[in-house]
Design a protein around this ligand. Structure first.
Ligand SMILES: NC(=O)c1ccc[n+]([C@@H]2O[C@H](COP(=O)([O-])OP(=O)(O)OC[C@H]3O[C@@H](n4cnc5c(N)ncnc54)[C@H](OP(=O)(O)O)[C@@H]3O)[C@@H](O)[C@H]2O)c1
Length: 200
């Protein structure tokens, strides 16, 4: 508590962002088996200025640090590095690292591209996958921003999640646009208190 009685959060809020089919498919052959331009635009808009936490394989599928955001990659490889990327040896270390980013001066990628990054303690960090990282960090996430991909496509990577532990708060459906292969739906969910909301 501060002198004004305000509660100071002990850690940065974590928001998981994922696109999944009704069967839980999130990936295939190292990528995503759909084209959803609408969702990519939403992802860019909603994460801009924030901190992204991801597994090394997901980083490989993106291939670069996304501009205007701070990237933390989780890997067990002690010598792994990539320009503009912070490296964490475990999911817990990544969360701790996100908590420690406190000043725009820490954010060299954003500084280099002259874009602003919201590093204030109240700004969330976004956990953006893949399955291995969702399995380990979903239980710590406060919200889940889900894009339901209305498709029966098969894949090799499935979202590990306990749906009952998440409460939907809003949803919006979208028809497939010109640059989308399928219709989609955006659903915002919050973690139900006291329940394990992810993992296996
Ligand atoms: N639909 C979506 O929203 C979405 C989002 C993200 C990703 N994806 C898809 O998901 C697939 C990738 O997911 P994935 O589960 O295979 O991989 P991932 O979670 O992106 O990355 C796995 C890697 O993270 C590192 N790692 C995991 N646990 C660790 C720990 N406890 N300590 C240290 N490092 C750890 C390891 O890296 P090292 O091997 O380097 O040690 C591991 O190989 C791709 O197909 C991608 O396109 C989909």
């Amino acid at each position: 508590m501060t002198t004004t009685g305000e509660t100071v959060p002990t850690r940065r809020r974590l928001i998981a962002v994922v696109a999944a089919t009704p069967a839980g498919v999130i990936g295939r052959d190292g990528g995503m088996p759909w084209r959803l331009s609408r969702d990519l635009k939403r992802f860019k808009r909603t994460t801009m200025g924030g901190i992204l936490v991801m597994g090394r394989k997901t980083f490989d599928s993106i291939g670069t640090a996304l501009p205007g955001r701070r990237t933390i990659v989780i890997t067990r490889q002690g010598d792994w590095k990539h320009e503009g990327v912070l490296v964490a040896g475990s999911p817990a270390a990544a969360v701790q690292m996100a908590d420690q980013i406190t000043a725009p001066g820490d954010l060299s990628v954003a500084a280099a591209s002259h874009e602003s990054v919201d590093a204030s303690a109240t700004a969330p960090a976004f956990v953006i996958g893949g399955a291995e990282i969702y399995r380990q960090l979903l239980p710590d996430c406060d919200e889940l921003w889900l894009t339901k991909v209305w498709s029966g496509v098969t894949g090799d990577t499935i979202l590990p999640i306990t749906w009952e532990a998440w409460r939907p708060t809003e949803s919006m459906r979208f028809p497939a646009g010109k640059k989308d292969s399928v219709p989609s739906e955006f659903v915002r969910l919050v973690a139900r208190a006291g329940e394990s909301n992810g993992g296996e």
